[in-house]
Design a protein around this ligand. Structure first.
Ligand code: NDP
Length: 487
């Protein structure tokens, strides 16, 4: 329904024509093998699984499932390549990484479409955010490859060795870039596993890596489910695990490698606080709230999923927010107008729907705009809850979907206490016109990343990572080199 605020009508009265991105320029194979030792090889056991398009639940391709034998072959190839790769000068290593960055740019359109097909995210996001940021990450770390002695003067940094990297499904290519680029720049060799539901852009990246002429065995990409990840974690010849995923699996990995020589960095879940003060630019803040929670269907570890609004402006902000939610376009990820795409998998949709039920059963007041969700595929309307408190499960637990829990506050001390009252410590946002307030809060909030008057902005030069149950280690910036070096 159209609402009136300050005599303005926020609900758009125009309609959009369809604007689908073309798919004729992309090449998707029927079947994907494993990328080991510079070649695509069949899995030893010959087992393949389907990767599914979440916007219609139709099969896109068959993907090889790695067993222990495949992981072992990949680790052996990485071990063999380590000596010569780590022995190259930084300048030589940098050349390969620059080449990969440029090849990603050349294939950007193809990557964007495959990312949206395989993962469900709007093409606007994969085209304008995921893929450019992934290329940027390679460019950035290519620049560091020959400057490690300046990054860590007098410390003589050395690569760690063979690194096992395990990534989730929410930013498939970007997470691969976050993992691969710093590890390569520092002279490590790699066995990487993408998530089971989104392997295609990592496999496309493997094709690019092959085209780049990167020496064989330096990067190996093995696909499979959690069991394949566990084979990497438990392999005796891996020197370090870099993991991004849920806190539950992160804890399992920490236990699994306890007492071994393996190093570990963990980028885990979050429940970010987004704090709106009464002196904030309210319309900008409303846009920021939308971006904080509905970007990538809310499948974002640093999403601003807990909103705190100062009491004096709460009613106005919530009304404007509901109006803005009415204008969001939910549907075909390949349509350039789409704001919210498909939920990544049926399993994740069930998790989100269950949390929405929990929110209602615990007494939260739910709001969802009227929207015609497509009949086929996995869809969830953008959702907000008011009348919730710190003890509600939807306030405490990570939902990883487009669901926002809203609370109000009166004083700065109150909102700091509430924002920090979570097992996580990954991200936060502060909206105010007062620089002093921003600096006060950034010192008091326990979060690895804090945005001021914006949200969900990423840059290769800026470190990212968490505190508490959100993990440890940083990705991005000079800090992102450290987890891949020994001194
Ligand atoms: P999971 O932890 O379930 O999976 C992450 C990766 O680990 C996947 O590749 C998965 O394989 C693999 N895996 C699953 N079980 C094991 C195991 N026992 N041993 C080794 N590897 C395993 O997370 P999701 O894929 O569900 O991703 C969502 C989570 O990731 C959220 O909690 C989110 O907050 C977090 N995340 C954190 C980020 C950060 O930077 N802090 C960034 C992005 C996401 P498969 O998928 O094939 O089963």
């Amino acid at each position: 329904m159209t609402k009136h605020i300050d005599n303005k009508i926020f609900k758009a009265s125009w309609t959009y024509d369809e604007a689908p991105e073309g798919t004729d320029h992309i090449q998707i194979k029927k079947q994907y093998d494993l990328y080991i030792d510079g070649r695509f090889v069949n899995p030893v056991k010959g087992i393949y699984f389907d990767t599914i398009n979440p916007s219609n639940n139709e099969k896109i391709a068959s993907v090889a499932e790695s067993s222990f034998e495949d992981v072992d072959k990949a680790v052996k190839a990485a071990r063999k390549a380590f000596k010569s790769w780590s022995g190259l000068t930084g300048k030589e290593r940098g050349k390969y990484i620059f080449r990969i960055a440029r090849l990603i740019q050349e294939c950007a359109r193809e990557f964007a479409v495959i990312e949206s097909l395989d993962g469900g995210k709007p093409i606007r996001e994969s085209r304008d955010i995921d893929i450019p940021l992934a290329a940027n990450h390679f460019f950035y770390y290519a620049g560091w490859a020959d400057k490690l002695m300046y990054a860590f003067p007098t410390r003589d940094p050395k690569p760690i060795g063979v690194v096992g990297q395990i990534i989730p499904w929410n930013f498939p290519l970007l997470m691969a870039a976050w993992k691969l680029a710093p590890a390569l720049a520092t002279g490590n060799t790699i066995v990487l596993k993408p998530a089971e539901t989104t392997p295609l852009t990592a496999l496309k990246l493997a094709e690019i890596i092959q085209d780049s002429g990167l020496p064989k065995g330096v990067v190996n990409i093995v696909t499979g489910a959690g069991e394949t990840g566990a084979e990497i974690v438990n392999h005796p010849d891996i020197d370090k695990i870099a993991f991004t995923g849920s806190t539950g699996v992160g804890k399992y990995i920490q236990k699994a490698i306890a007492g071994t020589r393996k190093k570990l960095s963990l980028e885990l879940g979050g429940k970010g606080a987004n704090i709106i003060f009464e002196d904030a630019a309210i319309d900008q803040a409303v846009e920021g709230i939308i971006n904080a929670i509905f970007f990538n269907q809310g499948h974002v570890c640093c999403a601003g999923s807990r909103l705190f609004i100062q009491e004096s402006v709460a009613e106005l902000v919530i009304e404007k927010l509901k109006d803005r939610m009415n204008t969001l376009i939910i549907g075909d990820p390949l349509d350039k107008n789409t704001d919210i795409g498909a939920i990544n998998s049926i399993k994740q949709l069930k998790t989100i729907e269950n949390y929405i039920k929990i929110g209602v059963n615990e007494g939260g007041e739910i709001y969802q705009p009227e929207c015609n969700l497509p009949k086929k595929g996995n869809w969830c309307a953008p959702t907000l809850f008011i009348n919730v408190s710190q003890s509600h499960r939807i306030v405490q637990e990570e939902i990883f979907g487009p669901v926002l829990a809203i609370q109000t506050f009166r004083t700065i001390e109150e909102v700091i206490d509430k924002a920090n009252n979570t097992p996580y410590g990954l991200s936060a946002g502060v909206w105010t016109q007062k620089g002093s307030k921003i600096f006060h809060l950034t010192q008091k909030l326990n979060a690895g990343v804090i945005w001021a008057n914006t949200f969900n902005k990423f840059d290769a030069a800026s470190p990212f990572g968490g505190y508490k149950e959100s993990g440890f280690g940083r990705e991005g910036g000079l800090h992102g080199l450290k987890p891949y070096l020994k001194f």
